[in-house]
Write a protein that binds this ligand. Structure first.
Ligand code: ZN
Length: 102
């Protein structure tokens, strides 16, 4: 497992003030650094949705994730993540065979 660096948000709010916005952005990026790729884009998508207009661009600035990655996350979220099961799908017939030794 590789150690991921925490993205530093360089949005205007973070440069100008040391307030709630920058704390929030920092914590968001701390959280992101612990998530896997899919979870990162869903979190960014959720935040982008919350922000509304311009949210995707904003989350791109805050998290450093690619715009298209966040868009993809928003689509997946809009579809209730139906094509994105939380656990790996077992291939039918795959997995451990029942023990039948004689
Ligand atoms: Zn920021």
């Amino acid at each position: 497992m590789s150690i991921r660096s925490i993205h530093q948000c360089e949005c205007k709010a973070c440069q100008v003030e040391d307030g709630n916005a920058s704390r929030y952005h920092h914590q968001l990026n701390v959280l992101m650094s612990q998530l896997d790729e899919r979870q990162r884009r869903w979190l960014a998508a959720l935040e982008a949705n919350r922000l509304g207009h311009g949210g995707t661009q904003r989350m791109h600035e805050v998290t450093g994730l690619d715009i298209n990655t966040i868009r993809r996350g928003r689509r997946e979220l809009a579809d209730n993540l139906v094509d994105c099961p939380a656990e790996r799908i077992r291939v039918v017939g795959g997995g451990r065979k029942p023990l039948e030794k004689k």
